[in-house]
Design a protein around this ligand. Structure first.
Ligand SMILES: C[S@@+](CC[C@H](N)C(=O)[O-])C[C@H]1O[C@@H](n2cnc3c(N)ncnc32)[C@H](O)[C@@H]1O
Length: 326
């Protein structure tokens, strides 16, 4: 049998699924400071790598695991079924974390973890249309119940909207010329597949750009994925709720994989852990100075070691930030 290289693979070629390695696992577990009888939420359950490790530290507590991908939910249920400790799993978008906790009669939590972005199984399944490495229909939905797909974004958004998404979510230097090329090509026929899109992105970039390290479609694919899954606004909604639901000395650990996500986490953490005053106002009696309600556990983000990156290349751009309620 001839094995196709990734770039030649067709949508029917499913690559072997790689062993699952959770990113920054040790750092997340020690950073959460888990109370054995606490209530913890894993908002991005995936293949339950972090959840399983948290559960091992929760002999008398409860773990609530959430994911918006039904495939992940099935896998996670299977993996966690061996655990004797208490857990509940919900197939939902983490932006609805407030409603989920209400339905479970959970008012306050002791900690939460988010390991953002796409999981390896999502990325490695050609049929999900997340990867520029496999030819597939443009899809990129994490939740298959959702209507909007990457096909809709590519074929119906205006040139200006596409330009904005590619710039904001992908930091793509050639956003405008790619957007223009998309609009021109789709006038004749819709853009249906990942490889059609890759070709069109390559055509919109100068040759010298194509010689650079890294796939030329990486940024645009990232931007489309963020748009299709409305990732950044879901993240803001979830941080808002979680910080309100956290008990004193409870912690939130968030792993991000690109600057858009990290900026959101960093600025939320900063605003929660500082009290804004005015330099030009009258002197304030120190007794009346408001104390912040949160403290940064990580002043600088924790990054994976070289050894972790070598073992698990997908950890490369990970950044872990942790905050604690005082
Ligand atoms: C990087 S993986 C998590 C891997 C997991 N920590 C593990 O060790 O197996 C990210 C997961 O988050 C899920 N996800 C992303 N955004 C979500 C959202 N808004 N609501 C619920 N799940 C989400 C994805 O479906 C994916 O399964």
């Amino acid at each position: 049998m001839i094995t196709l290289k990734n770039s030649q693979a067709t949508s029917t070629d499913k690559p072997r699924s790689l062993p699952h390695v959770p990113v920054l696992l040790k750092e997340v577990i020690s950073g959460l400071n888990i109370k054995p009888d606490g209530i913890y939420v894993d908002l991005t359950l995936g293949r339950a790598g972090h959840a399983k490790a948290i559960l091992e530290h929760l002999p008398n507590g409860l773990l609530i695991g959430i994911d918006r991908d039904n495939e992940a939910i099935k896998e996670a249920k299977n993996i966690l079924s061996k655990s004797k400790n208490r857990y509940l799993i919900r197939y939902a978008n983490f932006k609805d974390i407030g409603t989920i906790l209400d339905e479970l009669n959970v008012r306050k939590i002791d900690g939460a973890v988010m390991d953002l972005g796409v999981s390896s199984p999502q990325f490695d399944d050609p049929e999900r249309g997340f990867s520029y490495r496999y030819d597939a229909r443009l899809d990129m939905r994490m939740d298959q119940r959702q209507k909007l797909t990457a096909y809709d974004v590519v074929n119906t958004y205006s040139e200006d909207e596409l330009n904005r998404i590619f710039k904001e979510y992908g930091e793509e230097k050639y956003a405008r010329s790619i957007a223009r090329n998309i609009v021109k090509v789709r006038e004749k026929n819709p853009i249906v597949t990942t490889f059609q899109l890759v070709e069109l992105i390559k055509n919109a970039k100068p040759n010298r750009e194509l010689k650079k390290i890294g796939h030329p479609a990486k940024q645009v694919f990232q931007a489309l994925r963020i748009e299709v899954n409305d990732e950044l606004s879901a993240l803001k909604d979830a941080i808002d709720v979680m910080t309100k639901r956290l008990k004193p000395s409870g912690r939130i650990a968030i792993i991000t994989f690109h600057s858009g996500e990290d900026r959101i986490v960093k600025s939320y953490y900063k605003s929660l852990s500082t009290v804004v005053g005015s330099r030009n106002g009258p002197p304030i009696d120190p007794k009346n100075v408001e104390k912040p309600t949160f403290a940064l556990v990580t002043k600088k983000p924790i990054l994976p070691t070289d050894e972790e990156i070598e073992r698990n290349p997908r950890a490369k751009s990970a950044k872990l930030r942790i905050i604690e309620r005082l």
